[in-house]
Design a protein around this ligand. Structure first.
Ligand code: NI
Length: 304
């Protein structure tokens, strides 16, 4: 039958035109246009992280990164219920139950505010805002910064917020060995627990990098589906852009990404909250968004 051959040729031609590198072996010298899921980017380090740690690359040779690109963007938001890495032995799923008031997010218009890269000198102001609005959020804290601002981490837990880890000092996990990654996660978690008295069960990897070792952390990996790009505004504060981005993207079930390492982001949160309240949103922690029950080997980006 000839038609199938013609169809195959047409498909190959189409795949070339659309840059579908996965189905062609062309040697046109162009860089791959289809990033790996979880591929990382060397985005400018937000907030205080303006010096990238000199960590030797230790990634698998098959895991290419976009390190050579001049102006890479943050990793794209993962799709809904992005699958956890599957290579290597898969441990039995373990359930994480985080106590908290039950909210039926199947019925309510829920949104989970999440704050990365803190604590910072701006965190107390944010906590005051959340306290005034009777809102609970989820913080992804850096261990090294928890050492510098221990009272802020204590206050986060005391106020009823959920505190997860964002690593010790914000390296891309794509540049680390498995042992280094586990050290980043567990050392920061130990520091947080020493301040809050509570186990750390949620992990947000810096830059969204998810190497195959992630399930071995024993934590639920929390991504996001609403990125305000507030981290890009630390040099040129733009509160309105952050507010507009949040209001344009949030949907029921969203996980909204902000950074309490930036003053403008904290100012933006104070405007985002009443605007979303006016639209009927209920603010929940990430565990509440998923009924208080998360799996330790899964990745969560939003509730359907
Ligand atoms: Ni970060």
């Amino acid at each position: 039958m000839r038609p199938p051959q013609r169809l195959l040729a047409a498909l190959l031609a189409l795949s070339t035109l659309t840059g579908c590198a996965a189905t062609t072996s062309t040697s046109d010298g162009g860089e791959a246009t289809v990033p790996e899921p979880g591929a990382t980017a060397t985005a400018p380090l937000p907030g205080p992280f303006r010096t990238r740690p000199a960590t030797p690359a230790a990634t698998s040779p098959t895991r290419s990164t976009s390190a050579a690109r001049p102006t890479p963007a943050r990793p794209t938001t993962p799709g809904p219920t992005a699958a956890a890495p599957t290579s290597g032995p898969t441990p039995a799923p373990s359930s994480i139950v985080v106590p908290g008031d039950a909210v039926d997010c199947a019925r309510a218009r829920c949104v989970a505010l999440t704050f990365d890269d803190g604590p910072s000198e701006f965190t107390p102001q944010l906590l005051a805002t959340l306290r005034g609005d009777h809102i609970h959020a989820t913080f992804f804290v850096l261990g090294a910064w928890a050492v510098l601002h221990p009272d802020a981490v204590r206050a986060e837990a005391r106020d009823g917020h959920v505190v997860g880890t964002h690593s010790w000092n914000h390296p891309s996990f794509a540049t680390l060995t498995d042992a280094q990654i586990l050290d980043q996660v567990h050392r920061s978690a130990a520091e947080i627990t020493s301040l809050t008295g509570k186990p750390v069960q949620l992990l947000r990897p810096p830059y969204g990098a998810m190497p195959p070792v992630m399930p071995r952390t024993g934590m639920a990996v929390i991504m996001w589906n609403t990125d305000t790009h507030d981290w890009q505004h630390w040099k040129k504060p733009d509160v309105k852009a952050t507010v507009d981005a949040a209001l344009a993207q949030v949907r029921p079930g969203s996980i909204l990404l902000l950074h309490d390492s930036h003053g403008p982001s904290v100012q933006a949160a104070a405007q985002i909250i009443p605007a979303l309240k006016a639209r009927g949103y209920t603010f929940v922690t990430v565990p509440q968004l998923f009924g208080g029950r998360l799996a330790a080997d899964q990745v969560y980006a939003h509730r359907r």
